[in-house]
Ligand binder design. Structure first.
Ligand SMILES: Nc1ncnc2c1ncn2[C@@H]1O[C@H](COP(=O)(O)OP(=O)(O)OP(=O)(O)O)[C@@H](O)[C@H]1O
Length: 306
């Protein structure tokens, strides 16, 4: 079986006598040649999932295969089949150029020197960094650093690419270029992201994580349909437990936006149907109550890009 298949994965971390259940029976598939994204709050278990798939963390129970190889039993094969892109300051040697860094890591990954040079040129071209190949890494912008991290993951041309928050900190244009590069690859890609719009534009399928569970999955359109019709309206008193559906406060009323199936819980004025967005999907499946008096923290966080 190719692609990624995760079945009933549990991961419990034990630190200083305390146990944290980071994943609590997660199952999903990321199909071959498709881009699949995992979204979810901080601490939902996204990074842990990627660490398990890249053999850096061993699951407590359950199974996961990457291109048919078991992440525990076939650890070496899994590593040969993946390229991992993480956000870290320490991925590269600051004083070396982008090109020299890639050669260094290419050789480290088992390429001959001539192959490493050839591949370094190829992947620099692929991620639009070729013209900066002879610039020292320390002079790269954040966007260029991300591109080099992707280039490094592509050196051995692995069929599966795993990316943890690949566009974190990128400006909108660099983010778009990065997404275009990912789409060009035509590989099996599994990524985590906090940017719903990006995830929707980029992914064939989205998996929603909540507190160690995969609570929803499907194509963006399927997920939107799954929550049914969505309505927006005004309310003078927000019922307890419904705070997550508040979009903004205006004068003495709040504007709420919520799926039809939740409407019976609240008396809304000026009701109108709106087109469901991934934000609506996310709020429905993941969000817990947010403090409505903190308007700036609309929908629970400024980390989400509109
Ligand atoms: N090495 C570790 N030891 C102990 N607990 C850990 C460890 N790594 C992660 N955790 C815990 O496991 C849970 C899941 O963390 P994880 O980093 O996988 O979440 P995440 O969804 O990637 O979050 P974020 O969006 O903040 O990156 C959290 O409660 C976290 O504190």
């Amino acid at each position: 079986m190719s692609g990624i298949v995760v079945t009933d994965i549990v991961k419990i971390y034990s630190t200083r006598g305390k146990e944290v259940k980071a994943l609590d029976g997660v199952s999903f598939e990321a199909r071959k040649g498709e881009i699949t994204s995992i979204v979810g709050h901080n601490g939902a278990g996204k990074t842990t999932m990627l660490k398990i798939l890249s053999t850096l963390v061993i699951p407590t129970s359950g199974t996961a295969t990457v291109n048919g190889y078991d992440v525990v039993k076939d650890e070496k094969k899994v590593r040969e089949n993946i390229g991992l892109v993480t956000v870290s300051d320490r991925l590269f040697y600051y004083r070396l150029t982008g090109f020299d860094n890639l050669i260094f890591f290419g050789v480290l990954q088992g390429l001959s020197l001539s192959d490493a040079k050839r591949r370094a040129n190829d992947v620099l071209e692929l991620v639009d960094l070729y013209e900066w190949k002879n610039t020292q890494y320390m002079k790269y912008s954040t966007g260029m650093q991300r591109k080099l991290a992707l280039a490094r993951a592509l050196l051995t041309d692995p069929p599966v690419i795993l990316l943890d928050e690949p566009t974190l900190g990128l400006d909108p244009v660099s983010g778009r270029v990065f997404r275009e590069n990912l789409q060009k690859l035509k590989k099996t890609v599994l990524l985590t992201s906090h940017y719903l719009k990006e995830v929707e534009d980029l992914s064939k399928r989205i998996i929603v994580f909540k507190k160690g569970h995969a609570v929803a999955s499907g194509e963006p359109q399927e997920l939107k349909s799954s929550i049914g019709k969505v309505y927006e309206g005004k309310v003078y008193e927000v019922p307890s437990g419904m705070e997550r559906y508040v979009v903004k406060i205006e004068g003495n009323y709040a504007v709420m936006r919520l799926p039809e199936r939740e409407i019976h819980n609240v008396e809304l004025y000026d009701l109108r149907e709106v087109t469901p967005t991934m934000d609506d999907v996310y709020v429905y499946f993941v969000e817990e109550g947010v403090d409505v008096t903190r308007e700036g923290r609309r929908r629970g966080g400024a980390r989400w890009r509109d």
